[in-house]
Design a protein. Structure first.
Length: 203
């Protein structure tokens, strides 16, 4: 399969998941103009122009971060990135994927990292406190969002990486800070970040 990505965008979560599950993938960086190496416009694959997108050898294309991460989790060896289907833990993981997508990624960081007015950025930073507090409570005394590392943790880590650039402070969230530091040292995360950091610096 092919993973279309931008360095240190939310697609980093998909790369982490692929590394964690030891799956085979071809990584294709999406340039700023969206023109892919094969000449296609990336919007032919992802109509909104968003990463990540996955394309299988058979031509199946999947977009939207939580869907892509769920797909990777289901390709992975059992238990590597998810929980047994129909278990409570499985649905809690799906809930965390959607929480990160809506309350943090879109609700907080999209205005801060995209085109927004100063007032909109101030409002987004103020809005960050509630979801961060929810995650802080969940992570207090825990290593991961649920009983073990899942694609929800990969997604949350990718989003938390944006905090300094977006000027979102984690000073009031010690469990979140410890969680982020520990995940950054996890081998799959460290490999994924090491692959993308030179590309980010070159952008």
């Amino acid at each position: 399969m092919k993973l279309y990505f931008k360095p240190f965008a939310c697609s980093l979560a998909a790369r982490i998941a692929i590394e964690e599950a030891e799956l085979d993938a071809e990584y294709i960086e999406v340039p700023a103009d969206g023109r892919l190496p094969d000449g296609r416009d990336f919007r032919e694959l992802s109509p909104m122009g968003y990463v990540p997108a996955i394309e299988t050898p058979g031509g199946f294309v999947l977009t939207e971060g939580p869907a892509v991460l769920t797909y990777i989790a289901e390709l992975a060896p059992e238990g590597a990135l998810s929980f047994t289907n129909f278990s409570d833990a499985h649905y809690r993981m799906l809930a965390w994927l959607n929480f990160v997508a809506t309350e943090l990624h879109k609700g907080v960081f999209m205005p801060l990292l995209g085109y927004a007015s100063d007032a909109e950025r101030d409002a987004a930073r103020a809005k960050a406190a509630r979801p961060l507090a929810v995650i802080e409570r969940q992570l207090t005394g825990r290593e991961f969002l649920e009983e073990r590392f899942t694609v929800a943790d990969a997604y949350l880590l990718a989003v938390l990486n944006w905090c300094e650039h977006a000027r979102v402070s984690l000073d009031a969230y010690p469990a979140l800070r410890r969680y982020r530091a520990k995940l950054r040292a996890r081998p799959s995360v460290a490999r994924a970040m090491a692959e993308e950091l030179p590309l980010l610096k070159a952008a």
